[in-house]
Design a protein around this ligand. Structure first.
Ligand code: ARG
Length: 470
């Protein structure tokens, strides 16, 4: 291979080794080969339409590009830092295969609008894979919620037992979180949805190419309005990284609960052996590594977002080579987002609840103390402040005796108030009744949970429709 660069016309001296090493992006942008070829094919068609290419030359270019794609996919393609980036590699090889005609492909195009198009195609493809995986996760959550509607578990505030909730309520809470994440990716899709080829290096191109035609063929909903903006802005990448960061932050919270809830101290859930790991020294260990790793990956996402913000800050218009560094965080984020969604889906699908342990915690945590106070208010017209005081004394007594509200004796209860020495006392402290009294839209009562499941199902159907029409 000659050391002469494809852009080397004006240069007398060869690039120094450090220039080549620092300037190459082929080590990471080779993954753009498919979208780069996709863009080049459309561009070639345009060159045919405006008479730069003859029909025969156009056909040669298309066949050449297809051969290159096969070579790359069969690992028969030679990548070298000397050719800098994916665009140069493909153009150089094309000229090797089809001769001089290959040199016509870059007419009316700059690598600045070429890379801008490639990245938009990449982001679009990534969002569609992510949304598909998120949709599967939402379905898994919904199925699990339906199956666990009769399981009562503690709900927490300050990580102290607060009130009984239905397990479906807990799971659906994440369902709605991930619906918002899904919508955030759809928004990113629309931010990304502009066709940029024809912007040239920064000012447009000297040829009457038909931008609308290319836009329609590549399924973008609009043309970028300003060529300088098109080659220099990276808002779609930032939006993608933000959507990913938000999702991973949500995952990290769920993972934290998976880790806590599967510990001996809580014992609320178990992960299957297939999703845990052992210790090389402690034979008894079964570690929730999958949840820890996904919790850890959130840090990577935030760093990727920060990376691109810092990269863009203070950059003058239009293209600057700094922008080459935007791909590393983008590619990494895409990979981490997808693997994390798959991981979370497996965890949700496969963990099991231990209702007895959760019940014991609810009792130990006096989770229905508020319901007992409300019983005094409703049934015996006790002012709430006084009811609060009486139940507080009863809890104090139970703590002192090492008991729960459920196993205090008749005498012990009567010693605080005659209203505690009744049959209704047990109805008032029942865990299930407590849940079912939260009979408001969005609440934990069984009928409200059934209602929410229906709303969630409708939402899923709508998400599906939105996706089909995007
Ligand atoms: N590899 C470059 C990038 O990723 C492509 C654009 C190069 N443009 C240039 N003027 N050197 O940004």
């Amino acid at each position: 291979m000659t050391n002469k660069k494809l852009w080397g016309g004006r240069f007398q001296a060869e690039s120094s080794s450090i220039m080549e090493r620092i300037g190459e992006s082929i080590s990471f942008d080779q993954s753009l080969y498919k979208v780069d070829i996709q863009g080049s094919k459309i561009h070639a068609k345009n060159l045919l339409n405006i008479g730069i290419l003859s029909e025969e030359e156009y056909q040669k270019i298309i066949l050449g590009l297809e051969q290159i794609q096969k070579e790359i996919e069969n690992n028969e393609f030679e990548f070298t830092p000397k050719l800098e980036d994916i665009h140069m590699h493909i153009e150089y090889r094309l000229t090797q295969i089809i001769g001089e005609t290959g040199k016509k492909l870059h007419t009316a195009r700059s690598r600045n609008d070429q890379i801008a198009l490639d990245v938009r195609l990449y982001v679009r493809e990534s969002i569609s894979l992510i949304c598909k995986k998120l949709f599967d996760l939402l379905e898994i959550l919904l199925t699990k919620a339906e199956q666990s509607i009769d399981i009562i578990m503690p709900g927490y505030t300050h990580l102290q037992v607060a009130q009984p909730i239905r397990a479906s309520h807990y799971l659906l809470s994440y369902f709605w979180t991930f619906v918002r994440d899904y919508n955030q990716f759809l928004f990113t899709f629309s931010v990304n949805d502009s066709f940029v080829l024809g912007s040239g290096a920064l000012a447009g191109v000297n040829y009457k190419i038909n931008r609308e035609l290319m836009q329609k063929e590549l399924n973008f909903s609009k043309l970028s309005e300003n060529s300088m903006d098109a080659v220099s802005q990276r808002d779609h990448i930032l939006n993608f990284l933000f959507a990913g960061s938000l999702l991973l932050m949500h995952f990290s919270r769920l993972c934290e609960e998976i880790i806590l809830f599967s510990s001996v101290e809580f014992g609320f859930i178990s992960l299957p052996d297939s999703l845990t790991t052992g210790s090389s020294i402690m034979p008894q260990k079964k570690n929730p590594d999958i949840a820890e790793l996904i919790r850890g990956k959130s840090a990577r996402l935030f760093a990727n977002l920060q990376h691109v913000f810092v990269l863009l800050k203070g950059l003058p218009l239009a293209y600057n080579r700094d922008l080459q560094e935007d791909k590393i965080p983008l590619f990494d984020a895409n990979e981490q987002i997808q693997i994390s969604i798959e991981g979370i889906s497996e965890v949700i699908k496969n963990f099991s609840f231990h209702p007895q342990k959760m019940q014991a915690s609810l009792k130990k945590g006096f989770a229905t103390a508020t319901d007992l106070a409300d019983y005094l208010v409703f049934q015996h017209k006790v002012p709430f402040r006084e009811a609060h005081e009486l139940v507080g004394s009863l809890v104090g007594l139970a703590v002192q005796k090492g008991k729960t509200l459920f196993d205090l004796t008749y005498e012990e209860r009567a010693s605080i108030s005659p209203f505690f020495a009744t049959e209704e006392y047990f109805t008032a402290i029942s865990l299930e009744n407590s849940a079912d009294k939260k009979d408001v839209f969005g609440g934990t009562a069984k009928n409200r949970q059934l209602e929410q499941i229906q709303v969630a199902k409708k939402t899923l159907t709508n998400l599906h429709k939105i996706w089909e029409t995007t």
